[in-house]
Design a protein around this ligand. Structure first.
Ligand code: RIB
Ligand code: CA
Length: 336
């Protein structure tokens, strides 16, 4: 089958990143040019190791290349009071938690490529025909650094599909109103939001409404494939955790945030309500630090008080077809 999508993934693996990676590797329609890792759910050593474990587990070592990326956010950790726990290391989390330091997969001997993720992004995009989509499902540090180092790459990206941001939901920050990926590195998120690249934003508001159910994880296990088994483990771990620590959904289901981006890439009809609007970050260091702010109006008003047309910089996904998402996930993990 002809590959329809050339993509680079940018991940902080992570159980939901892992399911997204499995889906991308399994899809015959995706040419996965490389996976960049970043500090996020865990420090970059752990997110890189976890990414390599996923690749190795499904027998794609050497074929799917992994590039280690930025170890810290751009500036949010410079003030120790602002993000005191980042980077999340080996010892921070106790008990039940979404990811674990290491994914529940066998250890791997695989190593990341010599080249760092930012260099890989710049070199690959600059020699491309502008036909590469980025699927970014961790903090946006790698992309922000690449955009600062080589602004021309903005014109070389077909689109970026981003898991990030929140309107009324939240999972990070003092009031739990920020979304983790944007909260971890809000300045990086703002650089990407201002890049002029076509951006599709998949916020918590939609990932919390499209949860994968325990019975679906059971069905993935029954498929007898490695990807089905791994996805089932990760989804069940998340269900166990969400029911206790983040009751945003029914107790027999959990959001698999990052995987929704791959489903929407493969089948845009998964995204049933998409609104073009203006999105900006708050990176003030105060209570709203790390929160994405959305303007749905046609105008904006700067500090000079003058109304101007709002720059609609994002396609914001507000609704998605849960059944279709679950079906695509199942079809893909059945293949690998
Ligand atoms: O807020 C959800 C996001 O934060 C997901 O990408 C998850 O993997 C974490 O990175
Ligand atoms: Ca992630």
């Amino acid at each position: 089958m002809e590959k329809l999508h050339k993509i680079i993934m940018d991940v902080d693996t992570g159980t939901d990143d892992a399911v997204a990676i499995l889906m991308a590797i399994a899809s015959e329609k995706i040419e996965l040019l490389g996976i960049c890792t970043v500090n996020g759910n865990r420090n970059v050593e752990l997110t890189t190791d976890n990414t390599l474990r996923v690749v190795d587990y499904v027998g794609k070592g050497g074929e799917v290349k992994v590039y280690k990326g930025c170890a810290l956010p751009l500036v949010s950790t410079l003030d120790p009071a602002r993000r005191p726990l980042i980077p999340y290391g080996d010892k921070y989390f106790d008990g039940q938690e979404n990811h674990g330091n290491h994914l529940d997969l066998p250890e791997t001997e695989l190593k990341p490529e010599e080249k760092d993720a930012v260099s890989f992004l710049i070199e690959t995009l600059m020699k491309s025909d502008g036909d590469i989509s980025i699927v970014a499902v961790g903090p946006l540090t790698n992309l922000a650094v690449a955009l600062r180092a080589k602004p021309e790459i903005a014109g070389k990206m077909k689109q970026i599909i981003i898991m990030g941001g929140a309107l009324t939901e939240g999972n990070s920050g003092p009031l739990q109103r920020a979304e983790f990926n944007f909260w971890a590195d809000p300045e990086a998120a703002e650089i990407v939001l201002q890049s002029g690249v076509e951006l599709t934003i998949v916020p918590l508001d939609v990932t919390h409404k499209t949860c994968i159910k325990e019975r679906e994880a059971d069905a993935f296990e029954q498929m007898g494939t490695k990807a089905g088994h791994a996805a089932s483990i990760f989804i069940k771990r998340r269900i166990g955790n969400y029911k206790v620590w983040q009751p945003v959904c029914d107790p027999d289901e959990a959001p698999i945030h990052d995987a929704l981006c791959i489903a929407g890439l493969l089948d845009p009809s998964v995204f049933t309500k998409v609104v073009e609007c203006q999105m900006k970050m708050d990176f003030s260091g105060g209570t709203a630090d790390g929160i994405s702010v959305v303007n749905f109006k046609p105008t904006t008003r700067d500090l000079d008080g003058i109304f101007r047309p709002a720059v609609k910089n994002v396609k914001l996904v507000l609704e998605a077809n849960r059944e279709r998402f679950a079906k695509i996930m199942g079809e893909l993990v059945a293949k690998l």
